[in-house]
Design a protein around this ligand. Sequence first.
Ligand code: FES
Ligand SMILES: [Fe+2]
Length: 421
Amino acid sequence: MQEHPIRWETSGTSRIPFALYTQQDSHKKELERFFYKAHWSYVGLDAEIPNPGDFKRTVIGERSVIMTRSQDGQIHVVENVCAHRGMQFCRERHGNKKELVCPYHQWSYALDGKLQGVPFRRGVRQDGKVNGGMPADFDPKDHGLKQLKVATRGGVVFASFDHDVESLEDFMGPTILKYFDRLFNGRKLVVLGYNRQRIPGNWKLMQENIKDPYHPGLLHTWFVTFGLWRADNKSELRMDEHHRHAAMISTRGTAGQATGDKAQVTQVSSFKESMQLHDPSFLDIVPEPWWQLGEQMPTAVMMTLFPSVIFQQQVNSVSTRHIQPDGHGAFDFVWTHFGFEDDTPEMTQRRLRQSNLFGPAGFVSADDGEVIEFSQQAFESKPEHRMLVELGGRDVGETDHMVTETLIRGMYEYWRKVMED
Ligand code: FES
Ligand SMILES: [Fe+2]
């Protein structure tokens, strides 16, 4: 079937063609340009592989990779493609191993990806004669696993297939780096648990969802009713110079259910006055010293690092959310809930309790999975159409309010620059 061509209605990005989410060819090009070249992608937390020999299998774009810790404590990221005949040999999600062995013909690799063993390399002796074996000029040094460039900061591990990629710090840019360092300020991280979900929608829709500060106060009954995220919260939107990454910073008004100016929320249909929490400890929010940034004490900072990850602080719940595309119409979304080594047991419990807002069945996040799925359904049925992203104008810029879709326009400005070149 002929794919519908991508046609932008204007020179800007306030009208986004549905075909941007339905084309398989364009999807392949996005993988090449965003995930495999010139960008850093999230792979995990160093706390996931604390000991030598520990590994975690994950993906960058649609390529399978393994994050390992070698005996000397170094973190490596190698591609999960055997250098022999290409098998994706690592099947476990996590584990500990002295070496990586492909089961097919048992080529074995050191944890940094170097090839160290090839069965029958020198042939098999039989009746005084050597049969087979690799050619004399076979050099294991030329046949290791593909090694990626690795960068870690504050306990978070990133990798890139592109060894010429700029530094991680330059990639983030100073504005985003400031918010990154606020969350990952050097304290040791502790993994509290994972959520995994498959969302039948294009991966960019998840970036858009977190660059959209205007939906949480409307779509999410839970947020509106219990006052965690509302359009009248004090807030600001920040971007890197390329407008690909963003931070939404929000400070919650006074505590409790729908307090503050009631008129602001009671007209929102998702506000449910009769709704009460069975367990009020759910809203037992305790401000933490690290929230402080200059004069501010944000209760929520949502960071989108393009293309692969979202870093979340929603009051005491903190997590990374890894975007793992699978074709143009689906992605896996993997949440890693974490805490800090110096947390009290009460704080750990609090973080875990509040993490019920998130993940596939989260009181808040379940809504996002659905709207993404239903958006994708519309795009597939009407690929010649386009969406409208004009709240707050048609241009791109930082703001000190949430009533705008400027971050989405910014991301697609970057998308057009990279994809249309
Ligand atoms: S494919 Fe891996 S050892 Fe042959
Ligand atoms: Fe949402």
